[in-house]
Design a protein around this ligand. Structure first.
Ligand code: ZN
Length: 106
């Protein structure tokens, strides 16, 4: 996956959590259905967020353009808001591993 695709994937994950909905399957899932069978399921979310670790490796290697870095920071701020809402610490370089948004269910 190239960097633009990785960023798009990360953005899609965060946008899905904000909306508590996704359409990556054959049908749109929302709310409890999204938590039960979609990207709101804890283990699905934990898989999806590993793409942010892959992005961090690229950031650490200096591979992102300044525009790409701005895009990642923008999505990071949105994810931090979701985590803070669930009283998760948003400090640290890999803050997304500190916990999950409130909308995510196991
Ligand atoms: Zn999905």
């Amino acid at each position: 996956m190239d960097l633009d695709a990785l960023i798009a994937r990360y953005r899609r994950t965060v946008t899905g959590v904000e909306a508590e909905s996704c359409d990556c399957g054959e049908q749109v899932l929302a709310g409890d259905e999204w938590r039960a069978r979609g990207c709101g399921y804890l283990y699905e979310y934990l898989f999806d967020i590993t793409f942010r670790d892959t992005l961090q490796d690229a950031i650490d290697a200096g591979s992102l353009s300044s525009d790409q870095a701005i895009q990642v920071r923008d999505v990071d701020e949105r994810l931090k808001a979701l985590l803070a809402e669930n009283k998760i610490d948003t400090t640290g370089v890999r803050f997304w591993n500190n916990g999950v948004p409130r909308a995510i269910s196991d």
